[in-house]
Design a protein around this ligand. Structure first.
Ligand code: GLN
Length: 366
């Protein structure tokens, strides 16, 4: 009996094994024939993760910074901006790089104490200010958040693109952003913008009279842009006053060190890792970083993002600021610019640091 039951059990086992095989084939065939969704394959190989700011050791950051500096130090490509006469006279050889981590460590190499006018990088902080005062929905509606694909001072973009001011980083959108800063008059607007920049830098920044005088009497293109915006109903205080305050904000002096601290606020969810003060709401930082990613380097924003995956902003004074959210900010100063108005060595140095540290947000470590 026992052996009979055993045989039966074995037979049953074979039968059920055979029917399971049939079912499996049926399911497989059916699956293929009807292309039903199947579970994604499990990834066998372990994936390296992007290091967090605390995982980046001092030694490693220093090595990568030294490499970026020495590799690009003798690159003489590009040319100082000369449409603002005072910028043409800045020593083209100056080269300084600073990294500030989200946890407040600072690494400097080269001419990191040389002062230069912040120019268009100031647009990031005025944008942060109007974001803080109005919130992302109003900024999107009143200024715009799309890339132009055209030069930073393009008048054609104003005519072609329905939001007119287009985004806070082209001159039109930057002048409109300045005009939107809450104030009783233009003096109050300038005071508020400058105090905000100082808070980002954890430093009382100097004003560069020479650069200001050289630009304010020669900025007819920007004045025309402000009037054109007025004609389109896209400026929020007196247009010429807004252009003057905008020219002032561009004439604030910074060092590569200041730039990296300013950027570290954005890398650190709105808190300045040096002063410990909250500068903007954490919830607002993604709206600032995203426009830096799509429009920070103007008509080369795509090329930059392709190489580094990071938000950044350039200025015709030779500054570049790149931010790696949650990790660090890189400030570079090197006056010669490429045809888009972006610092040649600034881009090369920042891109090499991001690559060598393995912190491109779209990559998966090294
Ligand atoms: N002040 C400069 C201008 O308005 C800023 C331009 C820039 O840095 N891209 O032309």
């Amino acid at each position: 009996m026992n052996s009979l039951r055993l045989i039966l059990t074995k037979k049953e086992t074979y039968a059920s094994f055979a029917s399971s095989l049939c079912l499996l084939f049926f399911l497989l065939l059916n699956g293929c024939a009807t292309s039903q969704p199947t579970a994604p394959p499990t990834i066998a190989a372990p994936v390296a993760s992007v290091p967090s700011s605390s995982q980046l050791s001092d030694k490693r950051i220093r090595a990568v910074l030294n490499k970026a500096y020495t590799t690009h130090k003798n690159n003489q490509n590009g040319k100082n901006a000369d449409y603002i006469k005072a910028l043409a006279e800045v020593d083209s050889r100056l080269f300084g790089i600073t990294v500030v981590t989200a946890d407040g460590r600072v690494f400097d190499i080269g001419d990191t104490q040389s002062k230069f006018s912040i120019q268009s990088i100031s647009k990031v902080f005025t944008y942060a200010k109007i974001m803080q005062e109005n919130g992302p929905a109003v900024v999107r509606e009143k200024i715009g958040v799309n890339a132009t694909g055209l030069p930073f001072n393009s008048v054609m973009a104003i005519e072609l693109i329905p939001t007119r001011s287009v985004n806070p980083f082209v001159n039109a959108g930057a002048i409109a952003s300045t005009s939107l800063v809450a104030a009783k008059n233009s003096a109050g607007r300038w005071k508020s913008i400058k105090a905000n920049m100082d808070a980002f830098a954890a430093n009382e920044l100097e004003f560069n009279e020479v650069v200001y005088d050289s630009e304010v009497n020669d900025n007819l293109g920007n004045q025309a842009i402000s009037k054109l915006l007025q004609a389109k109903g896209r400026i929020y205080s007196d247009p010429l006053e807004a252009t003057t305050v905008y020219t002032k904000q561009c004439s604030v002096n910074v060092t590569s060190h200041d730039l990296a601290v300013m950027g570290a606020v954005l890398a650190n969810r709105g808190i300045n890792p040096i002063s410990g003060k909250k500068i903007i709401d954490a919830a607002n930082t993604p709206y600032i970083l995203s426009v830096m990613a799509t429009a920070g380097l103007y008509d080369n924003a795509g090329g930059w993002l392709y190489e580094t995956g990071t938000p950044a902003k350039s200025g015709v004074g030779g500054g570049i600021l790149a931010v790696v959210p949650g990790k660090l900010a890189i400030g570079v100063f090197s006056p010669p610019l490429d045809g888009f108005g972006n610092s040649v060595r600034g881009q090369l140095a920042a891109a090499s640091i991001i690559k060598d540290l393995g912190i491109n947000p779209y990559a998966f470590g090294e």
